[in-house]
Ligand binder design. Sequence first.
Ligand SMILES: Cc1ncc(C[n+]2csc(CCOP(=O)(O)OP(=O)(O)O)c2C)c(N)n1
Length: 350
Amino acid sequence: MPEREVPTFPADGGARIEYELQLYYWIRLIRAFEERVSHLHRQNKILGGVYSGAGQEAIVTGVCAPLREGDFLAPLHRDLGVFLVRGVEPGRLMAQLMGKETGLSRGKDNFLHGGELSRGIFGPTSMLGSSLPVCVGAALKFKMKRDPNVAVAFFGEGAASRGDVHEAMNFAGVHKLPVLFVCENNRFAFSTPIEKQMAVEDLAVRATGYGFSGYVCAGNDLLAVLNLTQRLVNRIRNGGGPELIEFKTYRFRGHSEHDPATYRDQDELIEWESRDPIPLYELYLEKRGHDLARVREQVDARVRNTIQEAVDYAEHSPFPEPHEALEDLYAPSAQTDAAEERRAARGARG
Ligand SMILES: Cc1ncc(C[n+]2csc(CCOP(=O)(O)OP(=O)(O)O)c2C)c(N)n1
């Protein structure tokens, strides 16, 4: 029985206004959170590299907003916003970035490999693209168990040149799996420009070769991202099989904090900065009748407080104790639990 089509925005006036403002909060929170992380990185308080997604916030916001509990996401290094939109506590996320005991991996890793399975977020590995087959595996499980869930795999156009990405899409196409492939094409893979990465104009055309559809979308336009994602996620949930969206975008900062990105053309950067997703969405809010000055003031204060609380929480959290390095290495299994119970029972009998 196909599910009802879910509209992009709630129909009721009050609920719609709330949703529009929630989207604004997320997009602003992601930008400000990452800016604060850059500052903290310069103060040597962040563990490992920092890969800013500034300029690309509309993609993570607009892709995650229509998803539900139970959906599965595989973000990559530039997708910190996925954690915030999926409701991971900002303090725990900040603690992860600082390698603290209260972080997602309890201080065992930096942001790059942190996941949060309770929110359906699979932690990336360093090998670009290797999380796509895992994400497709999650989609296979949804299909086998008839769960009405969707798996979402994020990747850059650079990662798309890896074999894993081809294998994941091919398998998903053959088995018509409930997966949305999200390519964030920001025109550079570190210093490699798009012309040296692919011989086609649009990566989206590759979907045809896997037996599903590929779409090109303006990645800095939150409404465009949201509308297309909502439409495709509905279709995927209703058993329509995989879809691919290629979002055209640009990263405003270097590949990471240590990269001044001097290989980029300044005119190109300025052009893309003038398509900043935040003012673009503010314009929409204004056209919808929101009092932008008031909304901005309120959201500024909320974002500032959330981030300060997150930093305070993380800074006051301890680093893990050395013996904790050997904990949580394997998932607890029923077999281990049973073995432990037997050992305990033997011990009790003497
Ligand atoms: C298989 C592999 N090759 C190279 C790297 C080094 N590396 C890390 S991020 C990156 C750029 C990736 O570009 P893209 O996939 O387009 O994502 P973006 O960084 O632009 O968001 C590279 C080359 C890696 N981690 N894994």
